[in-house]
Design a protein around this ligand. Structure first.
Ligand code: G3I
Length: 397
């Protein structure tokens, strides 16, 4: 190569390096990370920041801000309800894909990944299924076949379009259930025994070789006593270890992250330790349904700032603990909030005695709350050596 060519290469190289080192700027406005979306900031770490999507809100022409934020602020979406069995197959044998298809299309248009939620859960099952089992017209053997068919049908429909599937959701009891010793709970375990869990992962894998297959549960953010009889995190850990040892194609464990400011909660290092321990099994991790609710005392409801401010502050701290732990562990692939605005949160509908709310990162008028700002600053400040790019496992065959 002649000298002049070398000079050209050198000039281009220097210019390129300069461009990489200089933060993007326009003449009038310097680069401002705080002006970036949570999603864009997450991608700096290879982390997807996602949200559950309420399809009624997304389709509400009178509320364009919901759609605007759902598409601009997040790089991953989850169907809050429309991929659940009761919505997909309200009448036996007739699938209604419209709303789920619409979400998948929305995600594609906005270059978002999709977390599929949920294939096997004891809630939001179609009435024909639960009634048929209750009156004996659906036998146990037939039920197993119905489950296999459902998983196969749904996974097949969205083959190649779903990044992570919540294959089995909330299979493990809580210490307040009866009996209090932790056990496999609910409709599926009662009717098919715990073997349905391994079966479900195998059926899902047969239908989509590439999706990451997750077990998803709440109250597994940190380890407790270490005794699986009363420590749900330990129970789920042991279950995952057992499934992996049997060669079951489980690729990830999703920690939902439904927290409340009235509880003790966790510090970042405790949550980090839990994620690391799960990663040690070779699985990915994710926060899949994060929200932090508070009790809506009379003072909160009448706008008393002395009661509201500490709640907003505590909420922000809890959102942030989970985010920092996720950033610190390379297997933690995504951080999904369970709805982004108090306008549509599931919390007030479910917790009404005493009433609870304030659970999301934007208020009812789409004003970002302290929790939003805290998540943003976590994403901005993070970097090497403590925060490194994500490592995604190869889907297990
Ligand atoms: O389908 C009916 C609809 O026809 C009717 O118009 C409407 C009137 O209220 O009710 C609709 O059903 C509601 C459904 O959400 C859709 O809005 C149900 O009553 C209501 O119980 C259901 O709540 C959902 C809940 O799961 C059910 O268990 C919440 O929106 C959803 O956020 C919540 O999500 C779960 C995750 O899937 C799993 N982890 C826990 C999380 C929070 O409970």
């Amino acid at each position: 190569m002649k000298l002049r060519q070398w000079t050209t290469v050198a000039v281009v190289a220097v210019a390129t390096v300069a461009a990489l080192n200089t933060v993007p700027a326009t003449a009038s406005r310097p680069y401002d990370p705080t002006a970036q979306s949570l999603g864009a900031l997450g991608l700096r770490h290879g982390l997807h920041v996602g949200t559950a999507v309420n399809m009624d809100a997304l389709n509400d022409a009178g509320d364009p801000q919901y759609r605007a934020l759902a598409s601009s602020e997040f790089t991953s979406v989850t169907a809050e309800n429309v991929m659940k069995w009761e919505v997909l197959e309200p009448t036996r044998g007739t699938y209604n894909w419209a709303a789920a298809d619409q979400l998948v299309e929305f995600a594609k248009r906005n270059r978002q990944s999709v977390r599929g939620h949920v294939l096997v859960w004891h809630n939001q099952l179609p009435a024909w299924l639960t009634a048929g089992v209750a009156d004996g017209s659906i036998s146990k053997q037939e039920l197993r076949e119905i489950l296999r068919k459902h998983i196969t049908t749904v996974v097949n429909r969205y083959k190649g379009k779903i990044w992570q599937w919540d294959v089995v959701n909330e299979a493990v009891s809580d210490p307040w259930d009866t009996p209090s010793t932790l056990h496999y709970k609910g409709f599926w375990a009662q009717n098919l025994g715990p073997g349905y869990i391994a079966d479900s992962f195998r059926w899902a894998r047969a239908a989509d070789p590439k999706a990451l297959l997750f077990y998803n549960d709440y109250n597994i953010e940190a380890f407790g006593s270490g005794n699986p009889a009363d420590d749900k995190t330990q129970f789920v850990y042991d279950m995952t270890k057992g499934l992996r040892a049997q060669g079951v194609p489980i690729d990830g464990v999703g920690s939902q992250g439904h927290l409340g400011t009235q509880y003790g909660n966790f510090d970042t290092l405790q949550v980090t330790a839990a994620l690391k321990k799960f990663s040690g099994l070779g699985v990915a991790t994710a926060f899949t349904e994060v929200d932090v609710r508070s009790q809506m005392t009379a003072g909160v409801q009448t706008g008393n700032s002395e009661e509201i401010n500490p709640r907003l502050q505590a909420s922000a701290a809890n959102f942030s603990v989970l985010m920092k732990a996720c950033l610190a562990v390379r297997s933690c692939l995504s951080y999904t909030v369970w709805g982004f605005s108090d306008r549509y949160s599931w919390v007030p509908d479910w917790f009404d005695d005493p009433p609870e709310g304030l659970a999301t990162i934007y208020d009812e008028n789409y004003q970002p709350k302290r929790a939003y700002q805290e998540l943003k600053s976590d994403l901005i400040i993070a970097g090497p050596p403590y925060v490194l790019p994500r490592i995604t496992p190869r889907p297990r065959r």
